[in-house]
Ligand binder design. Sequence first.
Ligand SMILES: Cc1ncc(COP(=O)(O)O)c(C=O)c1O
Length: 412
Amino acid sequence: MKSIFNSLGSNYSLKFVSTSLWSIFFSRKSDVKKLERHLAQTYGGEVLSLYKGRDAIEACCRVLLKPGSEIITQAFSCYAVEEGMLRAGMKAVYADISRDSTNLTVESIAETYKKYPQAKAVLIQHSLGIPADSVAIRKWCNTHGLLMIEDIAQGIGGIDSTGKMLGELADAVIFSFGKDKIIDAISGGAVVFKVMDDERNERLIDVKKMVGKLPFSIVYEDLLYPDLTSFIRKTHHFGFGKVVFVLAKKLGLLGSPIKSKTDTMTWMHQAYAKLAVLQFKGLEQQIEHRKKIAQIYFEQLSQSSLKQGGLQLLFTKEELERSSNLRFSVRCTDDTQVKKLVAALKKNRIYVSDRWYRWSVDCGSYQCKTMYQNKSCPHAELLATQVLNLPTHREITPAIAKKICTILLENV
Ligand SMILES: Cc1ncc(COP(=O)(O)O)c(C=O)c1O
């Protein structure tokens, strides 16, 4: 069996890999327009497309909020989300996730709001694809006069509890088309503004003036990624890929996705837009596949022997059916059990050590200074030591999913 990874471009199709490197020559400005039209038609609003999801968060904050505003967002997240807010001069204040899920709730938002009654917005994300309760959060935001920003980087294709697609209830929708997201165009981000007025329109004009041009060197380097990772994955099991992997890391070609190559808002290059449009075409099929694999994990891992061994699932069957199932999260007893299971899978050339998330606000392998206050969100801190994410991407067949479950069963 070939090596299996959680990430490393594992969800790219052959067509994507063969298109990506050349898309710098064969893409047009009209590809950006095509992507923006698609987002505007699907989500209903004014679209701004940028180089990164965090650029989209920055632009969103600058247009919708005044500098210095507090935004409630969830712990058990990555630093990139906070980075976007900070760049716009906002303050991120953290709400805890619930005891048995990967998402914040109305109760934890209300708790945080008591401490930060000046907060002006709530930014929700649907961690690992599991839908947060956007219907209840929308009602709460309406009652308290806060904006609801919905970041669907991990949740594109998911559905809320009333059957509407995620993003539909939001005042603004954020997208990241970065590596290992549902729509993975190597990089890219967008914001759909759904509640504009004259003042915000003026601020949008000012924001557009601030956006810089992306250097070509970054585009070339990014577009190498699908070919490079495809080669690594295909040759990893007989050793060659391992060497290339180490070399690519040393050369900085496989840096932490949490660290952006830019630190100000930058326009999306047309090549990413072309790739994102290609990815949107396969969205339905992708969601179907991920759901099928998640259902297998769910059935196999709901067994009582696994519960006795300490593994718990973090969502219900009904939530799974509405999820994008970007990854399948399992709660272990502690960090030791996570490491034991990761090692057992590794012996079978299944590499899942890339975990979302290892800290309440995860900075990956680079140092960052988050506004998260230690011990303020105990559920997020605990889950970060216990979570194991299983892959659901296109390389996972039902047989591989069952094999992963068997290995877990033998090692809990
Ligand atoms: C929910 C969410 N939003 C936004 C981002 C930022 O994405 P980007 O890397 O495109 O800036 C991430 C990145 O991991 C994310 O997980």
